[in-house]
Ligand binder design. Structure first.
Ligand code: GLU
Length: 420
């Protein structure tokens, strides 16, 4: 397949995901048949969502659910509400979920959902109607043994509660295992809300140490202050890292002496943004800040051939999915910047989603300490496995991680055999 890339402008996550897959397939010596099977989603559905607005008018929204791979178990992955959600973006995100689950040995295939909507422009009641209609449209393909949605950009535990309720009402009984990332009062797991960020920080500290950087003397910049960036900043600060710059979709702020993260969180709760907390900097300045650690925790395609030559962080830990394009990866590698890939770095979310599903299916809940300990074990074991493999191969962490994951999925596929 010829991939035509546009390095500087709009992100092309599906091209990026397929380029990464191609590199892994070539490294593993697999044939084009395996590449073709893994490059294409197993199932995808596009649905229309008619919405009655609060003012009585109606509007038609579009949603997608893509199941990329089912070889290792039910499909698993988040649901995104974003004005930029496209089928290709959802396909890429579903593919990355397959690798993430395989790499962390979580017994799922990968999936993703997206609804093209700017949730900030809709009331809670409208979002509830969108969610219930979308769930109804995709309900034949979801379920605890089929496909288990979770929160992603623009969705939260309330969205998952509505989805679980809609599915349950349609089936005549409560089905807690149909979504994860639910409120703790409705079968959610302790530790799920902060799991992605905990995982990011576990591997960030290990990655800094692997480069001989003492976290207690390190500086960090975090892009994104939502479900991932906010708690990543908090846990980094708690680990002694000086968080010197933070940004969200409205702007960025910096303080060389280190931001007071709890005070910043209080500011964001009061105003809805990091803007105004302290000195403003540009979004580009944040990504190019002279720091030990950069955590892009917002959207895909933010580190490109355009800005990668100016990135000065020594270690990049991908809290977001797909923040670094393959061209940027090559530039960062040449500059000896360590990039910890998304499928490893942000896997804490799906790990605790798995724990939530296991707990819901058994109707037996674990303590917060047990969840946290099991999460840390899995993240650090995966870090060791990927960094050892990268060392052995003499390749970047992303290539090593993708190859390990692709190998697991391909093995499951081959061992199951083709039917008929
Ligand atoms: N949306 C999260 C991710 O991209 C979590 C997915 C899940 O828990 O299923 O990893």
């Amino acid at each position: 397949m010829t991939v035509v890339l546009d390095p500087v402008t709009r992100p092309h996550p599906l091209d990026d995901a397929r380029t990464q897959l191609r590199q892994a397939v070539d490294l593993l010596g697999y044939d084009d048949g395996i590449y073709a099977m893994l490059a294409a989603p197993r199932r995808e559905v596009t649905v229309s969502i008619p919405l009655r607005r609060d003012d009585g008018t109606t509007e038609l929204l579009t949603g997608h659910r893509v199941q990329h791979n089912l070889s290792r178990g039910p499909a698993k992955g988040g649901l995104r509400y974003s004005p930029d959600a496209t089928l290709d973006e959802v396909r890429a995100l579903a593919m990355w979920m397959t690798w993430k689950c395989a790499l962390l040995d979580v017994p799922y295939g990968g999936a993703k959902g997206g609804v093209r909507i700017d949730p900030r422009r809709y009331s809670i009641a409208e979002l509830e109607r969108v969610t219930r209609r979308y769930t109804t449209e995709i309900s034949p393909m979801i379920g605890p043994e089929r496909d288990i949605p979770a929160p992603d950009i623009g969705t939260d535990e309330q969205t998952m509660a509505w989805m679980m309720d809609t599915f349950s009402v349609q089936h005549g009984h409560t089905v807690l295992g149909v979504t994860t990332g639910k409120p703790v009062s409705l079968g959610g797991s302790l530790g799920r809300a902060t799991a992605t960020s905990r995982g990011v920080v576990h591997v960030a500290l290990a990655a800094l140490r692997s480069r001989g950087i003492d976290p207690a003397r390190a500086t960090a910049a975090v892009q994104g202050f939502g479900k991932v960036g906010r708690y990543a900043a908090r846990f980094l600060a708690e680990a002694g890292v000086r968080v010197v710059a933070v940004g969200d979709q409205y702007g960025a702020v910096a303080d060389e002496r280190g931001l007071d993260v709890p005070a910043l969180e209080a500011h964001v709760d009061a105003t809805g943004s990091v803007v105004g907390f302290t000195d403003a900097i540009g979004g580009d300045e944040l990504l190019e800040a002279e720091v030990d650690l950069l955590v892009p925790a917002a959207v895909e395609g933010v580190l490109t051939a355009g800005n990668a030559p100016r990135v000065r962080a020594k270690v990049i830990v991908e809290g977001a999915n797909g923040p670094t394009t393959p061209e940027a990866d090559a530039i960062l590698r040449a500059a000896d910047t360590l990039v910890v890939p998304d499928i490893l770095a942000n896997a804490g979310g799906v790990i605790v989603s798995y724990f939530e599903w296991v707990q819901a299916n058994q109707a037996y809940w674990w303590s917060a300490a047990e969840v946290e300990a099991r999460l840390a074990d899995r993240m650090l074991a995966a870090w060791d496995r990927v960094s050892d493999h990268a060392g052995r191969l003499g390749r970047p962490l992303r290539t090593a991680a993708t190859a390990l994951a692709v190998e697991r999925v391909a093995q499951a596929h081959v061992q199951r055999g083709l039917y008929p």
